[in-house]
Design a protein around this ligand. Structure first.
Ligand code: CP
Ligand code: NVA
Length: 308
């Protein structure tokens, strides 16, 4: 049974296959066609945290593919509280063809996968956000017509989004430079995993503290919120620490002239990114958000090919 808990679960060839499938599905959809590739199939969506993009894009993706998506709110499931994570996985596997879950502890998504008899998709955990990264590399490939040799600068917190970008970049031959304040670097095990993958593709993986150094010569400048969901109590302190890491026009001007700016959203405008940049001509953020839909359709079709 294949799951999608991190991009490390897929080979480089499998990721590239998904990007091509996403492009085909997007072209068909833009011409007004839906492909009922998942007719009669059902996706259960467990949420322990809020969501706009993940919930709506997965629900719409299943609809485009002729299937059904079922939203299960934090109050309904109370994963690991009302009943064990393993029992939730076992019971849902009797009803549905795939499970997507947004959780706090990454161990919970691993436990779901270990006990489910249907594919499990990580819709964000405290450690990874692979659906976002899949859509992000689709967006970069779409804009530049290539991935290998592209320079991606990530500026901000070494969080779940940074982790998934590190793994994906290394696997796809994208050079990645991550600039964080000291003490907010990506997790060492993720960096080690990325560096191991990078050996095969020739990608460079750099950890820096200078946003200017990271961005110089970049094709893509990427940022995310300074305090992720679950870190609200640290928001005030983080606003001070991260202030020099704001993606503003002065920083973006150090990147290549045709560089694009990315953000997974939701954005805290005026904090990690300025209005001028997110609303400016170099911003790719709304294409990025749309591409969640197409990348996830490809993922669902690929994973459900193993469904009964
Ligand atoms: N980027 C993203 O995952 O957005 P949501 O939190 O709204 O799903
Ligand atoms: N790092 C952010 C991403 C939101 C999509 C968070 O986890 O809240």
């Amino acid at each position: 049974m294949r799951h999608f808990l991190t991009l490390a679960d897929l080979s480089t060839e499998e990721i590239l296959y998904l990007l091509e499938l996403a492009r085909d599905l997007r072209s068909e959809w833009r011409l007004g066609g839906n492909r009922p590739l998942l007719a009669g199939k059902c996706l259960a969506m467990i949420f322990q945290k809020p969501s706009l993009r993940t919930r709506v894009s997965f629900e719409r993706a299943m609809h485009h593919l002729g299937g059904l998506a079922m939203y299960l709110s934090p109050q309904e499931i109370r994963l690991g509280e009302r009943e064990s994570v393993a029992d939730v996985a076992r019971v849902l596997s009797r009803y549905v063809d795939a499970i997507m879950a947004r959780v706090f502890a990454h161990a919970h998504i691993e436990e779901l996968a270990a006990n489910a008899t249907v594919p499990v998709i990580n819709g964000l955990s405290d450690k990874f956000h692979p659906c976002q990264a899949l859509a992000d590399f689709f967006t970069i490939w779409d804009r530049f017509g290539a991935l290998r040799g592209i320079n991606l600068a990530y500026v901000g917190d070494g969080n779940n989004v940074a982790h998934s970008l590190l793994i994906g970049a290394a696997k796809l031959g994208v050079n990645i430079a991550v600039a964080t304040p000291p003490g907010y670097e990506p997790a060492p095990d993720v960096v080690a995993l990325a560096r191991a993958s990078a050996q095969a593709t020739g990608a460079t993986v750099q950890l820096l503290h200078s946003p200017q150094e990271a961005v110089r010569g970049a094709n893509v400048v990427y940022t995310d919120v300074w305090a992720s969901m679950g870190q609200e109590a640290e928001a005030e302190e983080r606003r001070k620490v991260f202030a020099p890491y704001q993606v503003n026009q002065a920083l973006v001007s150090l990147a290549k002239p045709d560089a694009i700016v990315m953000h997974c959203l939701p954005a805290h405008r005026g904090e990690e990114i300025t209005d001028e940049v997110i609303d400016g001509p170099q911003s790719a953020v709304y294409d990025q958000a749309e591409n969640r839909l197409h990348a996830q359709k490809a993922l669902l079709v690929w994973l459900c090919a193993q469904c009964r």
